[in-house]
Design a protein around this ligand. Structure first.
Ligand code: 6PG
Length: 252
């Protein structure tokens, strides 16, 4: 059974996740001098990001040694309301003392495939850059933390049901047109997600409850339930959920 942390509501979930972020950042910086985190998009993490920008949390983080990446991005300009970068910038990055050079966004304005190639180069450069804290293990970038959400269809990052990216065996980042959305996305592949030291799913709301039950307790079928493909090879996966999202789980 997966490791699940359940909280009464979205606000207490966000607060607990913010405390965990700070704890992981402190531990990573103590261990290897930096903290690399890939942010998730959508709406759920906004409350977490806003909390992290608040002084009670921001003051506990050495932002000069914290590097922000993204797990996925919509192929829109960085100032587009759909942009995951824009959401994180508005909720967190514009309010925390993080150096611009520590923010490594996916450059979707270059076009999907070019953005994926450029972002993969960014990961290669940063994770094998030789300085403390930049780590590549078994030739894969090892994020200290990857934040993930889960859609109502069981997707995570931009790994949607039926996506060829679910079976990607060499590339770290791919771009493809999501049929159900009729839109292009850029996403980390399962290879990179499963190389992370820590993976935190943040799932909130009754609308996710049935899919969460299928993902956590049903048969393993990641092509239909992409969130199931997240099984860190040498990392720690925890599902951080509120009571509404957990309401279909046994014993809820
Ligand atoms: C994105 C996200 C995606 C998100 C889920 C859940 O770009 O949309 O990265 O994987 O986490 O769709 O989104 P909500 O938090 O809005 O439900």
């Amino acid at each position: 059974m997966a490791e699940i942390e359940t909280f009464p509501d979205a606000a207490s979930l966000a607060r607990a996740a913010a405390n965990q972020w700070v704890a992981l950042a402190e531990a990573s910086m103590a261990r290897h001098g930096q903290f690399s985190v890939a942010l998730s998009g959508g709406s759920t993490p906004r409350a977490l990001y806003s909390l992290l920008a608040a002084s009670e949390f921001a003051a506990r983080v050495d932002w000069s040694r914290l590097h922000v990446f993204w797990g996925d991005e919509r192929c829109v300009p960085p100032d587009d309301p759909e942009s995951n970068y824009r959401m994180a910038r508005q909720a967190l990055l514009d309010h925390a003392p993080i150096p611009l050079s520590n923010v490594h966004r996916i450059p979707c304005e270059q076009g999907p495939r070019q953005a994926a190639a450029a972002y993969e180069q960014t990961l290669h450069a940063w994770f094998s850059g030789g300085s403390a804290g930049r780590r590549v293990e078994s030739d894969l970038p090892r994020f200290d933390l990857i934040l993930l959400g889960m859609g109502e269809d069981g997707h995570t990052a931009s790994l949607f049901p039926g996506a060829a990216a679910l079976g990607e065996r060499t590339r770290w980042v791919v771009a493809y047109k999501v049929v159900t959305l009729g839109a292009w996305r850029v996403t980390l592949t399962p290879l990179v997600i499963n190389a992370a030291a820590h993976v935190m799913f943040l799932v909130s709301g009754a609308n996710k409850a049935e899919k969460l039950r299928q993902v956590l307790t049903g048969p393993y079928r990641p092509d239909e339930l992409p969130a199931q493909i997240v099984r860190p090879t040498r990392g720690h996966l925890v599902w951080w959920v509120d009571a509404a999202a957990a309401s279909a789980l046994a014993g809820a």
